[in-house]
Design a binder for this molecule. Structure first.
Ligand SMILES: [Zn+2]
Length: 411
């Protein structure tokens, strides 16, 4: 049992409970900041967000006392990462394999990741995905364990799952088991060169059945032909795309296929933690050589995506070692990918929510949406690294991180 973690969770839970208790009488919570970025591209100065229960009720420039006067910070919608692996962690030996872990250990590691992610400003993540995500998703949704709202694919399919008939059956089974989306591997790993692995027929069956079942499809694809085939098969979103062609980018832009190139965190994290991964599966010298080569070539790929006007919601592919650092992706999109800061923030808020079908739930500071509200120190439009300095976190109207409320408000 990890006593420190348990203490962390219990302390956090207590703080949440205490914060909620202070506002149990139905009065609104109000939060003011020097700047408010609403997620859709607008900025307000000296603005206040009003919350009733779990929802945003108003965004205005009122004067007078508020529950939280956060001062010279920037308030934003809670950030969203559309591609994480919420349970991945380094084991007791510090390595990225978790041999012999008890189910309770696995669960607590995942809870650690969830809290770390939330505390760094991410109030919603999409995990793609492991079966154990389901219990974590549902536990967080019960409202006590602190963590981001989780959508999960619960697993993934690939070329070995079977022919069209088996693939369709797999999609239906995932839905019956409670998956929020379907994850598909249409190419090899970047560590094996990324070549196309699934046939067009297989992709059409998987993405076609998912659409029939009302589920979105996220497709891992590196090779240009794998990206294009997945996009043409009607899949919802392409992940990675290290070798995407201009034809693929144009097709995605013209057909509203989302593209999530992970350029800022996942490969860098592997390189930074090489000793923890080396020797496990395809994490060998050749695999690392592929990854190290892809870090700088991903930047011009992203720039081509911007030029083609593809919708690019922000995902990191956060694995062991990367949880909580998700916002590095936003920083790299701006500093190395040439995206303007406002667009990069929209990519991690309103556009990310839209890509997951949650545009009416979260991703913007707009009345009627869930009160997923964060604040960052400074102004991310002037210095994008501010998105890594999260000072306040509210999810669904509950404060998980931040100063105490004004004394007059906490009756
Ligand atoms: Zn992934």
């Amino acid at each position: 049992m990890n006593i420190l973690l348990l203490r962390l969770i219990l302390t956090s839970t207590f703080a949440v409970t205490a914060a909620c208790a202070a506002f149990a009488q139905g009065q609104p919570i109000t939060i003011r900041a020097a700047r408010v970025i609403d997620g859709t591209g607008k900025v307000l100065t000296n603005a206040t967000v009003e919350i009733q229960g779990s929802k945003i009720t108003k965004v205005d420039q009122r004067t007078g006392p508020v529950t939280y006067d956060l001062g010279n910070v920037t308030m934003m919608p809670g950030m969203i990462d559309v591609h994480v692996h919420i349970g991945y962690h380094f084991g007791k030996d510090g390595r990225a394999q978790n041999l012999g872990e008890a189910p309770a250990e696995v669960a607590f590691y995942a809870a650690e990741n969830a809290w770390t992610t939330l505390a760094n400003g991410f109030t919603t993540v999409q995990s793609v995905g492991a079966a154990a995500d389901k219990e974590l998703r549902d536990a967080i949704a019960r409202g006590v364990l602190p963590g981001p709202r989780i959508l999960t694919s619960l697993g993934s399919l690939n070329e070995r799952t079977g022919g069209p008939k088996e693939l369709r059956a797999y999609v239906r089974k995932q839905k019956a088991d409670g998956a929020d989306l379907i994850k598909i591997f249409a190419s090899k790993s970047i560590r094996e060169g990324g070549a196309k692995t699934m046939t067009d027929e297989q992709l059409q069956a998987a993405c076609g059945e998912a659409k029939t079942q009302g589920l979105r499809t996220l497709v891992h694809a590196h090779a240009a032909d794998a990206v294009l085939a997945a996009a043409k098969a009607g899949c919802t979103q392409i992940e990675h795309g290290a070798f995407v062609s201009d034809e693929g980018l144009t097709y995605m832009a013209e057909h509203g296929v989302y593209f999530d190139p992970n350029i800022g965190l996942v490969l860098q994290n592997y390189v930074e933690n090489k000793v923890r991964y080396m020797g496990i599966g395809n994490y060998n010298e050749e695999g690392f050589a592929f990854m190290e080569k892809a870090v700088p070539t991903n930047f011009p790929m992203f720039k081509r995506g911007l030029a083609a006007k593809v919708k690019m919601p922000m995902g990191t592919d956060a694995v062991a070692g990367a949880h909580g650092q998700n916002a590095r992706e936003i920083v790299v999109r701006v500093k190395d990918g040439g995206q303007n800061p406002m667009d990069a923030i929209v990519g991690a808020t309103a556009l990310a929510a839209e890509s997951m079908g949650l545009g009416k739930t979260t991703g913007s500071l707009v009345p009627g949406l869930e009160a997923d509200v964060i604040a960052v120190a400074g102004d991310p439009l002037q210095d994008i690294t501010a998105v890594r300095r999260v000072t306040f976190v509210m999810k669904g109207g509950k404060v998980y991180k931040g100063p105490l409320p004004a004394a007059s408000a906490a009756k």
